[in-house]
Every structure is written in C-alpha cells, then in structure tokens.
Design a binder for this molecule. Sequence first.
Ligand code: 2M8
Length: 447
Amino acid sequence: AGGRRPVRYARPTLAARAARVLRDNDTGAVITAAPRLYPHMWSWDAAFISIGLARLDLPRAVAELETLFKAQWRNGMVPHIVFTDDDAYFPGPDRWGTDNAVDGPRNARTSGICQPPVHAIAVQRMLEIARTSSPQDRADAERFARSIWPALYSWHRWLVEYRTPGSSGLVAIVHGWESGMDNSPRWDVPYAAVNPGEELPPYVRKDVRIIGDPSERPTDKEYDRYLWLIEEMRRAGYDQKEIVRSSSFLVGDVFITALFAVSCDVLIELGTEFGQPASQLADLAEWASRAREAVAASCHSVSGMARDRDLRANRWLDTQTIAGFSPLLCGGAPDEVQLRLLSLLDSDRWCGHPDLLAPVPPSVSPMRPGFNPRQYWRGPQWPVVNWLFGWAFERRGWHERARKLREAGLRLTDDGAFGEYYEPFTGEPLGSTDQSWTAAVVLDWLC
Ligand code: 2M8
C-alpha cells in the first residue's frame, strides 16, 4: 500500500516537524488544540499535548496541565474547553453561558461539560519521561505529580459522585462531546431521542467554514442536537444533579469507564509513591474495581464487544465501534472474552483489513454498514486513539502488540501533516492539519 502519499518523512525530520507544530500552536498562554479550527485548550487534548511536550520542555508541559486544572470547577469537574480570547470557534463562552454557574471556576471561562479522564495517565507518562532526561526535570516532575494529585483525585471523585448514576456502574455522559468521539455512531440511537425545541436560539457554525469539505464534519442536524443539549444545561444552571436527572441525553460510556478504571490505577500508583492519604487510595481502588466490573458486564455475549448503555431508554447500544475494545484498555473481562477481542482486533474487520494504509484501528470497522472513511468519528483513524491502545498494551505487558501499534501509528503519520484524523485506505489527512495532539503522540512514539 506504500507510495500512495507523496511524502514520507524520515524520523528525525518528522520529530522536528512535530516539535514545531507544538511550538507554533503555543499562544504563550495555552497550546491550542489546532491552529484555526480549535483555537482554545481542550481537556483531553491538553493531556496528550503535555506528554509530547515533556520531551521538549518539561516546565512548559507542566504549565499546560496547571492551566487546565486552574480552570477546574469547584465541584471537581475538569471542563472540556478552557477558552482563550479567540472568537473563531463556535460555540464559544457566551453560548455556553457558564459564567454564573454556581460551581464554575472564578478565573477562567470554560464550557460546561467534561471529557475523558486521561490526565493521571499524562502525569505518570511525564514523570517517566522526566526521569530519563535530567535531574532538574525529574525534580520538577516529581514536585508537579505530588502537587496535582489532590486535584486529580477530586476530578475522579466528581465522576463517581455526579456521573455514575443507577446500577450499570458505567460513567455517564450528558453530551456526545464528553465522549471525545462526537458524532460516533455509538450515539445515533440516543441522539435520535433528542428533539431540539423551537426555542433553540439561532446560531452559525464556524467549523464548516474552516474545513474545506464540510462532509468531513458532523451534519447540521447533529449540530442542532449538540446545541440543544447545551441549551438544556444552561437552563438547569449547570446544576449536575439536575442535568443527570432531566437532560434528554444520558448514556453510560464504556470507553470513558475503561479509561477511568485504568486512570484510577495510575493515580493509586502515583499516590502511593508520593504518600497521599490511605483513605483516598482506598476510594480509588474501589472506584477502579467497580468501573472494571461495569466494563466487563457490558460485553456482548457473542461478539465480546463492550457496549454503551442508553440510561434514558434503559438498553444496551449494540453499535460496533472502536469503543467495543474498551476491555483491552483496562482489563477485567474474562480471558475468553479478551482473546476474542484480540483476534477480532487483528482480523480483516479491523487492523487486518487488507486495504488499510497502516494497521491502525479505524473508529468504525470498514466492514460495518454506515462506515464512512472520511467523516470524523464514523470511520477515519485517529492517532490519539491508537496511542491509548498502545499505551495500555505496553502497560499490560503486551510489548509486541504495543510496538506494532506504534509502528502503525508512525506509518500513518509519516506524511508530516499531523492530521486530526486520517482516511484509512489512502492515508489522506482529514479535518485539521497541524493538530497538536497528533504531533504530541508522534513525538512520544519517536522518542
Ligand atoms: C473534537 O470536538 C470538538 C468539540 O469538543 C469539536 O468538534 O468542535 C473531538 O475530536 C474531541 O475529541 C477533541 O477533543 C476536540 C479538539 O481536538 O475536537
């Protein structure tokens, strides 16, 4: 499949280009998620960005996560966007209307929802990197890991206290944006029940003006629903209990739940090393084990794939996407289910599909109806998702699998465009280019 793209950078050049992307996207205050499309700080992007930056400039990496956590809400939520003054993105802070939210932060303007909890993972990875670079980096990273720990704990506690309703044990989301996989077919069924009211204030999208081909982005109909959910939350004054009680979208997200389980494990490791309170370590152990059980309990009896759960309609969501492999991230599923998932991942339905440019798992299987190789979270490959699976496999001791994913990720991204996502067959970069988190994971793979 080689040669379909004109340029393939050698690794040192690729690393230099990735470093330049992070430098160029630095406004001085934050590193934006992407230069034009996303001129603000996104929560999980910032975590990945810090991992990439840790190799280049540890103090800058630390500052990035500190900026994010300065905007943490007083109830513990880490907001999905921390806004800069740039007004090129919609919906901006005025549309979110969080300025007067009771639990909102005082010194930053933010959105009113969250994103996947990968921050503990980032802190631990930064620490690992710093320990191999210099005594100064090591000391700084240790100081940082110790000082950020209570904020990470309260973020995890928020997810349990406010976002684990009912008996499924899954961490629930109240907006598809919280999943990070905005328009994934995972959410089609629950979104079908979201009916934008007449009172939806008018709006103009800005994303489709920036991305030349609007079919790479969610549709207008999807955006109406995204905006309607914000409207509901605004009206509830961003009162979490009320939102979870009444919003028209409430879904147990299995991918977030798996990341939460493994992030709790990581937080326990960090907390043990840095002498954090035993009672909080015990909380984390309990949360991790409940989350893991919830992920295992969601697995389909035939396919083995993990499933989200529509908590409004009280039913499993059977759509098969990359999130179905969540048990591989956190463990805890029976061996037999895990083996089934691993062979499915290797099969021609996923990474082994003969026409892929690089064996990176696509967001949706190319063999599924509804797969769209160009549209956002409905088919393209996402380098960050590949990084997460590689990181988890390494942690689980599956070194050869981790190495293969790293090589595949580098093959996909060696065009040096740092695409937000990639067309799986041609390797064409789609969405934004010079996307910060793509540059960051490439740096981590290369070093
Ligand atoms: C995408 O999401 C934003 C909304 O949060 C958007 O489309 O406007 C997603 O890919 C999300 O996972 C990511 O964090 C964000 C910034 O890269 O872009």
